[in-house]
Design a protein around this ligand. Structure first.
Ligand code: TXA
Ligand code: MG
Length: 341
């Protein structure tokens, strides 16, 4: 059972008007949405996700004007970036307007705003009179959902409807930047928009505050975010002990091997037939020939496959750190920090 999955935008709007919870498709990942100006509805999001209230939510909007109405200032950099990248995978953290509930921003003086690039969700936003507060639609600390079934699997019993927009085109959460009243732009989270594109629009390089520990500016950027059920262990195919680690892995237990590309996997496995013959190993790749966008799109779904296969441990290969490769590595790093939980 669980929440119905469908494409009824009018029904989704009616439920949201009623203070209910609706999962929505975006180009990055599915969100768990509610009326972002209704404190009770927002509280229900935290409860459904089991999310601590110190972790603030993003408000999703359908226009730049709506975003401006949620902020107390709209610096020049916000205009430039919104014009260049919205709708799209960029969230901007700006000084908040007074009427934005404190629960949404976790008592921060700032609010996160984003216009998602998904036709259904934009149509839905146009049918309601409020912004949608929406974190990723997964239980707190687990990997984000990239299709409607992922949402149903984990939150189906706790929400009222799942709007089905098909698989997410980008597959990794939005890039988050904060913009100060003085127009200073700082990256808080790597994501679906690469940093070079942002720098190019601003005409200067931008600083990054990507702490691996709880960050007062981005309280949700915790170490062990995005973790699947399996333990994720970095593995370097070029190291001399790489093959031995696979061969010597406890032979009674299914384990996983995550490649960045199929090409890389084929080359290495053909040179190491003893490892390739290990029947307890499940291996998947993120892309055919090393395309970073394809890899990002496949990342979370692939981590879920290892869980379905009941792999207790998964060895993974880092992505080349260019384009979305940096954001992919950020998620892999957080997933592998789970062991320290
Ligand atoms: O792509 C996305 O961003 C997806 C889709 C659904 O839009 N949403 C998403 O939401 O990833 P969530 O809640 O899983 O992650 C949002 C992050 C959190 O880590 C939170 O700490 C940070 O945004 N955030 C929200 N408001 C903030 C604020 N005022 N200051 C600093 N960080 C903030
Ligand atoms: Mg999340």
């Amino acid at each position: 059972m669980g929440a119905p999955i469908g494409i009824d935008i009018a029904l989704a709007a009616a439920l949201l008007n009623d203070g209910k919870l609706v999962a929505i498709p975006t180009e990055t990942v599915y969100g768990l949405s509610a009326n972002g100006l209704n404190t009770d509805a927002v509280a229900a999001i935290f409860a459904a996700k089991n999310r601590p209230t110190f972790d603030p939510l993003i408000l999703h909007v359908s226009s730049i004007d709506q975003a401006k109405s949620l902020c107390s200032t709209w610096p020049a950099a916000a205009s430039k970036l919104a014009n260049a990248f919205w709708p799209g995978p960029l969230t901007m953290v700006l000084p908040k307007a007074d009427h934005v509930p404190h629960l949404v921003t976790a008592d921060n003086p700032t609010v996160a705003v984003r216009m998602p690039n998904n036709a259904m969700t934009l149509a839905l936003l146009n049918q309601v009179s409020f912004p949608l507060a929406a974190p990723s639609a997964n239980p707190f600390g687990y990997v984000s959902p990239t299709n409607a079934q992922h949402v149903l699997d984990q939150l189906g019993e706790r929400i009222d409807y799942i709007l089905d927009g098909g698989p997410c085109a980008i597959g990794i959460e939005s890039t988050i930047v904060s913009i100060s009243e003085e127009d200073e732009v700082t990256v808080l989270r790597l994501g679906g928009l690469d940093i070079d594109s942002i720098s190019a629009v601003l005409g200067k390089s931008i600083s990054e505050v990507l702490t691996t520990h709880s960050n007062p500016q981005a309280p949700g950027q915790l170490d062990q975010h995005y973790a699947p059920g399996s333990s994720m262990i970095p593995w370097d195919p070029n190291q001399s002990e790489a093959e031995a680690r696979l061969i010597n892995h406890n032979s009674n237990e299914t384990f996983g091997l995550l490649w960045f590309s199929q090409q890389q996997a084929q080359q290495w496995l053909s040179l190491h037939p003893a490892a390739a013959a290990n029947k307890t190993m499940k291996h998947y790749h993120l892309s055919e020939d090393g395309n970073d966008k394809e890899a990002a799109m496949n990342l979370f779904g692939t981590l879920r496959r290892f869980d379905k296969d009941q792999c207790h441990q998964v060895y993974f290969v880092w992505a080349p750190p260019a384009g979305l490769g940096r954001a992919i590595n950020d998620r892999l790093k957080r997933a592998s920090a789970k062991g320290s939980r």
